[in-house]
Design a protein around this ligand. Structure first.
Ligand code: ARG
Length: 446
């Protein structure tokens, strides 16, 4: 069966083939549109250096665009016996255009095809993540502003410690996301470089114009050195996964807080009924399964950098089939993370807040430092004031003054949400998604 690009008339053992292809056909379906875009850029460049005739280019581009549109409609399939997306696209092209279709692979290898496909695909995924994170960020900032005057106990060692507020709690997670975006921006920058033209990992004797494909695909610049371009397989994914892990860590911490705060022993927040799940035996139950699953999924995403590291660690330079497995761990994680962000956004915008937590005297001691500070402001040395209040606490004589006055930057009375929003907006503005979108539109406008 001559369905392999590398077929030389000798059949591969069916079991071996099944093992080597593994889940790749499933993963490659994610890449169909990107594979076609990469080919469109590549052949446009091939025409410019005389490897495809002037009149052949529009015919090839039109057919590739048809394949792109089919993939866009979700109608692209990798047929039985076809190894991967690259083989499928070439097969469809040759079926339709005969020998002309066979011309598109000049100066290219599946190694740089999959490299460029992964870059194009990851760029789109990063864009979706940024948009989703921005949505969650906005909800958190709104809630922080709305509930800035509602106090709750702060904890150290899970022992009640000092006054905190819902303004601080929501705002803290917003600021955490702003920092996470910085890491994602760095990951975006290394993703947004063109590996195409590195071929099998050592370039080509054809005078490929890599600057041209870089511009056609809307990349910032290229991975210049062809050996390094191939070394980026796995390295790019690892870098991006560190950024995803950062966002996941923020979400899983928030999820844990939310699970804890919704427990009856805390009673700080209440999830909307429609966002809870019941028990098959206990009729009163309203469980925060959404946050438990978010925590678990996000903890799993935090293992992504380690998984990718284990796959690429100690590989020498050059291509190895090991790299194929990265797709299986890397690609599905975007959907999982996006689901978690979506769920968290939904619940955070509807969560009910207990405005009277601190009426319970068990929280009185969180005001002990306020009292020490009041005495210190009146002139008593801090250590003496600390001792005095400490003795009152021990003797059961401590009377809290719940009118607190925190004014410094980032404190209960001065949340600096404007500063946090400015940080986030600046980072987001540096993702040049528009340039990428424009290049794609231009490439498809044939
Ligand atoms: N499925 C392969 C991968 O993901 C594509 C590249 C195949 N290259 C090769 N030399 N066998 O790595």
């Amino acid at each position: 069966m001559a369905t392999k690009l590398w077929d030389k008339g000798k059949a591969t053992n069916a079991e071996i083939e099944k093992f080597t292809v593994g889940k790749d056909r499933e993963m490659d379906l994610y890449l169909a549109e990107c594979d076609v875009l990469g080919s469109m850029a590549h052949i446009t460049m091939l025409e410019s250096i005389g490897l495809i005739a002037k009149d052949e280019l529009p015919v090839l581009l039109a057919e590739l665009k048809n394949i792109y549109l089919a993939a866009h409609r979700g109608e692209f399939v990798i047929e039985e016996g076809i190894e991967d997306v690259h083989s499928q696209v070439e097969l469809m092209l040759t079926r339709k255009l005969g020998d002309l279709g066979k011309k598109i692979h000049s100066g290219r290898s599946r190694n740089d095809q999959v490299l460029v496909d992964m870059k194009l695909w990851t760029r789109e995924q990063i864009k979706s993540v940024v948009e989703a994170v921005e949505g969650l960020f906005n909800v958190l900032i709104q809630q922080s502003e709305k509930y800035k005057n509602v106090l709750l106990p702060g904890y150290t060692h899970l022992q009640i410690a000092m006054p905190s507020s819902f303004g601080l709690w929501f705002g803290a997670y917003a600021e955490s996301l702003a920092d996470d975006m910085e890491l994602l921006l760095s990951a975006w920058k290394v993703t947004n470089r063109n590996p195409l033209g590195s071929a099998a990992g050592y370039g080509s004797s054809f005078p490929l114009n890599r600057q041209m494909t870089t511009e056609l695909l809307g990349f910032d610049t290229m991975d210049y050195n062809v050996v390094y371009a191939q070394m980026c397989r796995g390295k790019m994914e690892k870098t991006v996964s560190f950024a995803l892990a950062g966002i996941a860590a923020t979400l899983s911490k928030l999820a844990f807080d939310a699970c804890m705060f919704t427990s009856q022993n805390f009673g700080f927040i209440k999830l909307p009924d429609e966002c809870t799940t019941g028990s098959s035996i206990m009729p009163h139950k309203k469980n925060p399964d959404v946050f438990e699953l978010t925590r678990a999924k996000c903890n799993k995403i935090q293992s992504l950098p380690q998984q990718i590291m284990m796959l690429i660690n100690n590989l020498p330079s050059g291509y190895f089939r090991d790299l194929q497995i990265i797709k299986e761990v890397f690609m599905p994680s975007f959907g999982e993370l996006l689901d978690c962000i979506k769920m968290t956004t939904h619940i955070m915008s509807d969560v009910k807040i207990n405005e009277h937590i601190l009426d319970d005297p068990k929280y009185d001691f969180i005001f002990s430092v306020e009292e020490v500070n009041r005495l210190a402001l009146e002139g008593m040395p801090f250590r003496d004031a600390y001792k005095k209040v400490g003795l009152q606490c021990e003797a059961g004589e401590f009377k809290p003054n719940k009118n607190i006055h925190h004014t410094h930057q980032g404190s209960i009375g001065n949340l600096c949400n404007d500063g946090i929003t400015a940080l986030m907006n600046k980072t987001i503005s540096e993702f040049n998604f528009d340039k990428v979108e424009e290049a794609k539109k231009k490439l498809l406008a044939i």
